[in-house]
Design a protein around this ligand. Structure first.
Ligand code: GLU
Length: 378
């Protein structure tokens, strides 16, 4: 049974494996050091979960903020890419030391994993991340993950640890993700608005929900804000993982959120196979195809493949085997999938019937351009 309520995050029969993400604004105090007094209480929450028999993975931000303070850099160390990278390398060693010491105080062993977006986009590296996480959890260790900001550049960065946490959850097949932040959930408008109301539960992230984040319902602190949290929720819900945004500011914030039932819970939407979940969580694409309304309707109807006849446009220079986006005529991404042809070939056959393809391409074609087994609807 998947997670349905906030208290389920503390029930080992429902939530065997939990990912906890902690933002920089919570972790780092005004002097630029780890807020150890508060973090110790988060570790108490983690220990409670471990004692109940749950496995816990931490995704911890904070390296850039800590490093920037030590190096006396302005703009929180984010003025230039090289300053952010230098700050991260100085800060990460302190961050890891703090986690290791605080977990050890409670009898727990920490492990460090620094990952980039590319590590998740390559299937082979993704499987390695997955195997390492599972092995660490099997030994009762608490993996502490951060983005490898020292080498991640603009194009290959997550940039926010919210999506990193959702991808980590997917890689270790977690049941739930808790995003600890400085607001107690998603509000339908700016939280300071007198009529703003918190959403307790979201059953599928829709455009309406995205519009709430755009209207500034997040705190605006940290690098991701509420928009990044919704993107993380989408990755999680497609992988069958529940995600909740809770207020990280109180001591023992997880116990507090569960007791007060305050937060926004995003319910899982489907249970994809591991491979399809990986495709659904991908963020970088070598290209896209546009399909007509008939094809969109057929795909939405259920288990259908993308055929050449429904394709109206090709973007980018993708190769057979790449993951590409499928867009409708308005440019909205409706699916992602593993393409069976190179971009040139798709361009040559688009709009044509399957029976014509062999004559056009000069070789026996695949029956579909994206097979339904390799297609994930958005
Ligand atoms: N990885 C960044 C850091 O450790 C934080 C990213 C975020 O704010 O989500 O400083």
């Amino acid at each position: 049974m998947p997670i349905q309520t906030l208290p389920d995050f503390r029930d080992p029969a429902i939530c065997k494996r939990l990912v906890i993400k902690i933002g920089s604004a919570l972790l780092v105090d005004a002097s630029g050091r780890v807020n150890a007094k508060w973090l110790r209480t988060v570790v108490d929450d983690i220990r409670t979960a471990r004692e109940l028999g749950m496995e816990v993975v931490v995704v911890s931000s904070g390296s850039i903020a800590i490093g920037a303070k030590k190096l006396n850099l302005s703009h929180g160390g984010r003025r230039t890419l090289s300053e952010a990278q230098a700050s991260a390398s100085v800060g990460q060693i302190d961050l890891a030391a703090a986690w290791s010491a605080l977990l050890a105080e409670r009898g727990l062993v920490a492990a460090q994993m620094l990952l980039t977006l590319d590590d998740f986009e390559s299937r082979r590296r993704y499987l390695n991340i997955s195997a390492t996480l599972r092995r660490l959890l099997k030994s009762g260790v608490v993996p502490v993950v951060n983005e490898n900001d020292t080498i991640a550049t603009g194009e290959i960065r997550f940039g926010d640890n919210d999506r990193l946490a959702a991808r980590v959850a997917q890689a270790c097949a977690a049941d739930g993700v808790l995003l600890l932040t400085d607001v107690d959930g998603l509000y339908d408008r700016h939280p300071e608005h007198p009529e703003a109301e918190r959403l307790d539960q979201v059953d599928g992230v829709t455009e309406e929900i995205h519009a709430m984040a755009d209207s500034g319902s997040g705190s605006g602190l940290g690098s991701g804000g509420m928009t990044a949290k919704l993107l993380a929720a989408e990755i999680a819900e497609r992988a069958g993982i529940a995600l909740a945004i809770i207020d990280g500011r109180p001591e023992m914030p997880i116990a507090h959120a569960i007791a007060s039932q305050a937060g926004t819970l995003f319910l899982p939407q489907r249970e994809e196979s591991g491979r399809r979940a990986w495709i659904g969580g991908r963020m970088r694409f070598n290209g896209a195809i546009t399909v007509d309304d008939g094809c969109v309707a057929a795909l939405r109807d259920g288990n259908k493949s993308v055929l050449a006849a429904g394709i109206t446009g090709v973007e980018g220079d993708f190769s057979r085997g790449d993951i590409i986006e499928v867009k409708d005529v308005t440019g909205r991404v409706i699916a992602k999938g593993l393409v069976e042809y190179d971009a040139d070939d798709v361009e040559a056959v688009m709009g044509r019937q399957s029976a014509e393809l062999e004559a056009i391409l000069g070789h026996s074609p695949r029956s579909s351009v994206i097979h339904r087994d390799h297609l994930v609807l958005m």
